[in-house]
Design a protein around this ligand. Structure first.
Ligand code: GTS
Length: 221
């Protein structure tokens, strides 16, 4: 074994993408195994690797971790991206859950029948519920990062979310000057800059092939 964390998931974003972002931001190299067939998934279950028969799976520090939130918290804590005390950690958790709620709307979008997709609702939630909060927080304390004047998981996940929403609506930050500056600043952190370059392990937006693979792997026998 190389000692690098090993990620098992589809060759696409889904729930694993925030984990890829966080590892990359922490400067941690990782390996990936892509789920492509139902047989692969069934073998993982048969081998007793998946605690709840679900992915994402991350093998790290001798553990076979599942549950996205648990994996992210572990990585954030291990690489000092989780605040200096419990109160900072609580703030980071709140900010992260806000972005996770917004990203969740986008992640399910590709799996929603075209006639039922509601892009306008995503943009409305981004611009009236979530982005105003982060704009205000950054403006009020005037610091570079969301929490404790120090780079954290909250910054990483906010940037990931901003870029995801911009893929749907490029002008979405037009009324958020502080977030525009935040985006430029965080994108320029060397580990993140590297992850944003072509050829990194960052995944593209979901396409039909990705959706078809996920449906095939989880189809009922
Ligand atoms: N709470 C879990 C987490 O956050 O990790 C949910 C994981 C989950 O539902 N994973 C899906 C799965 O394994 C795959 S995906 O939604 O990420 O594409 N589903 C199979 C099943 O039987 O639930």
């Amino acid at each position: 074994m190389s000692g690098k964390p090993k990620l098992t998931y589809f060759n696409g974003r889904g729930r694993m993408e925030s984990i890829r972002w966080l590892l990359a931001a922490a400067g941690v190299e990782f390996e990936e195994e892509f789920l492509e067939t139902r047989e692969q998934y069934q073998k993982l279950i048969k081998d007793g690797v998946l605690l709840f028969d679900q992915v994402p799976l991350v093998e790290i520090d001798g553990m076979k971790m599942v549950q996205t939130r648990a994996i992210l918290s572990y990585i954030a804590a291990k690489y000092n991206l989780y605040g200096k005390d419990l109160k900072e950690r609580a703030l980071i958790d709140m900010y992260v859950e806000g972005t996770a709620d917004l990203m969740g709307m986008i992640i399910t979008f590709a799996f929603t029948p075209p006639k039922e997709r509601n892009l306008a609702l995503i943009i409305e939630r981004a611009t009236t519920r979530y982005f105003p909060v982060y704009e205000k927080v950054l403006k009020q304390h005037g610091q570079e990062f969301l929490v404790g004047n120090r780079f954290s998981w909250a910054d990483v996940q906010l940037l990931e979310t901003i870029l995801m929403v911009e893929e749907k609506e490029p002008t979405v930050l037009s009324k958020f000057p502080v977030l525009q500056a935040f985006k430029a600043r965080i994108s320029n952190i060397p580990t993140i800059k590297k992850f944003l370059q072509p050829g990194s392990q960052r995944k593209p937006p979901p396409d039909d092939q990705y959706v078809a693979t996920v449906i095939e792997v989880f189809k009922k026998d």
